[in-house]
Ligand binder design. Structure first.
Ligand SMILES: Nc1ncnc2c1ncn2[C@@H]1O[C@H](COP(=O)(O)OP(=O)(O)OP(=O)(O)O)[C@@H](O)[C@H]1O
Ligand SMILES: [Mg+2]
Length: 306
């Protein structure tokens, strides 16, 4: 898989205080990377550094294989960004606002505006003044603006902030469509786990400028399910026993004899007995019911997510 973005050992200081500390992050083509952290964690600062809007104090950022400290920001046309609330001319229509942006970006293709409005579902209100737009409509317009140059990488800083559940779900659909149909790689920040966990292929958790963990999609799914984890001395034999004796097919085998079982958890004793009857040693048996939300809270030290 191609690497789109690489952040290596990046530190950002404001007035001698580390706002970002030794950040390492890799984003591959096709990923939807959810950047999760509380207020002040350093999400916007990181996204701004990727966009070249503020410089890292130390470390290297590479986008499309090019280091961004170089004077010319060559790849900017390949990135679409929505960072903090963008300003629009309130008395102008959505169409005119996007036209101004198109010209300022030097985008030749005039059709890009209609296409972007269509994608975010604003075609029917394109002639309305932006001052009469609801928050959700402004948010969609901001995404449309980020899409004008048909970016390969889309950077969205809290795109769902302030939206109601329907608005959040609409933005989620737009992002998924862009990702699936146009193969756009997405980095999206949020301070609310539930808003990104349903679409992210990977979640990075940042706290006080430190990336505490990165969780892949598969792990995300597993973290949200209850499962029984056992450690056995013969994983092949155990897998056969699970399938043939216990009728269990939803399980994953890991290294060192670890198996996670996701079904029939109401009769753990039966599973254990079947292992013993079939001569398999079980040295560990834990029922895990920690949800991703709990995990996140534990990771950041039990703080309230605001
Ligand atoms: N220009 C600046 N000068 C000084 N400190 C700054 C500046 N910009 C950000 N900070 C500090 O850096 C830290 C991280 O801020 P940042 O905006 O990146 O957080 P965030 O994760 O985006 O938070 P939020 O969820 O509130 O948007 C905060 O402590 C903030 O006060
Ligand atoms: Mg922010």
């Amino acid at each position: 898989m191609d690497t789109i973005l690489k952040i290596r050992d990046v530190t950002k200081k404001y007035k001698n205080t580390n706002v970002i500390s030794n950040l390492n992050m890799t984003i591959k083509k096709g990923e939807i990377y959810g950047f999760l952290g509380q207020n002040g964690a350093g999400k916007t600062t990181t996204l701004k550094m990727i966009m070249g809007l503020t410089k890292p104090t130390n470390g290297i950022i590479e986008v499309f294989g090019e280091q961004i400290s170089s004077k010319k920001y060559m790849y900017k046309s390949r990135i679409g960004a929505l960072i903090e609330t963008p300003g629009f001319y309130p008395n102008l229509s959505a169409l005119d606002n996007l036209e101004i942006h198109r010209r300022s970006m030097g985008i030749q293709d005039k059709n890009c505006i209609e296409e972007a409005l269509n994608l975010v579902g604003l075609s029917n209100v394109k002639k309305k003044s932006v001052k009469n737009f609801s928050l959700g409509m402004k948010q969609r317009l901001a995404i449309a603006r980020a899409l004008l140059q048909k970016p390969e990488l889309l950077i969205l800083d809290e795109p769902t902030i302030g939206l109601d559940p329907v608005g959040i779900s609409d933005i989620r659909k737009i992002i998924l469509t862009l990702n699936k149909e146009r193969k756009v790689t997405v980095i999206m920040s949020s301070h609310v786990l539930s808003e990104i966990q349903q679409m992210a292929t990977k979640i990075g958790i940042i706290h006080k400028g430190v990336l505490l963990d990165e969780i892949e999609y598969k792990e995300l799914e597993e973290k949200n399910k209850n499962y029984l984890q056992i450690r056995v001395n013969d994983d092949k034999k155990a897998a056969i026993t699970l399938e043939q004796k216990c009728g269990i097919n939803q399980y994953t085998v890991y290294e060192n004899g670890i198996i996670r079982i996701f079904e029939k958890l109401d009769d753990i004793e039966f599973i254990n007995n079947q292992m013993l009857i079939n001569g398999i040693g079980v040295s560990e048996l834990n029922l895990n019911s920690e949800k991703l939300e709990d995990y996140f809270l534990r990771l950041i030290g039990g703080g309230e997510i605001v």
